[in-house]
Design a protein around this ligand. Structure first.
Ligand code: HEC
Length: 139
């Protein structure tokens, strides 16, 4: 009986370890707080900004620890609603590639921005839907 218990506990331990040290966005504590945002990030943003939120040097800017993101949350909501085609200075590096629009509703935009503001150890606070309602969707 004792042996069976030990085996059972070992299996549980292996399961718990793989859950906490995996590398999917769902493992980030921010995913539990902003599940819809985490889902959108995994479906849309990951290709460019990566699982790590570090982006790709000289192509896609980082979201983890991004001074540009932290400076203006409303601008970030606009970024995912409308995309952008301008030169951007993020953490001292210049990015010039355009970013296509990513989401169709203000709610999805707020959800994914609240996720990235708090994922990867970011401590960026939150943005409220009522504060961004006046952003026009331009396509
Ligand atoms: C096709 C690649 C691509 C995808 C997909 C993409 N981005 Fe971007 N993102 C970029 C590029 C390129 C820039 C810089 C745009 C510019 O210079 O105009 C950028 C800039 C940003 C910025 C502002 C700069 C910074 O790093 O703080 C934010 C915030 C952002 N993206 C969030 C997102 C979110 C959230 C998603 C998913 C909903 C997303 N992006 C999807 C390529 C992408």
């Amino acid at each position: 009986m004792k042996k069976i218990n030990t085996i059972f506990l070992s299996i549980l331990l292996v399961m718990a370890t793989s859950l906490s040290f995996g590398s999917t966005p769902g493992d980030d504590p921010a995913a539990a707080k902003y599940p819809n945002g985490a889902k959108i990030y995994a479906a849309k943003c990951i290709a460019c900004h990566q699982v790590t939120g570090m982006g790709i040097p000289n192509a896609f800017p980082p979201l983890k620890g991004s001074d540009y993101l932290m400076a203006d949350k409303k601008r970030a909501v606009k970024q995912v609603l409308n995309g952008s085609q301008e030169e951007m200075l993020v953490n001292g590096a210049t990015y010039v590639l355009p970013m296509p629009f990513q989401v169709d509703t203000h709610k999805d935009a707020v959800d994914v921005i609240n996720y990235v503001l708090n994922a990867w150890g970011n401590d960026g606070g939150t943005v409220k839907l009522e504060d961004v309602k006046d952003i026009n969707i331009v396509r």
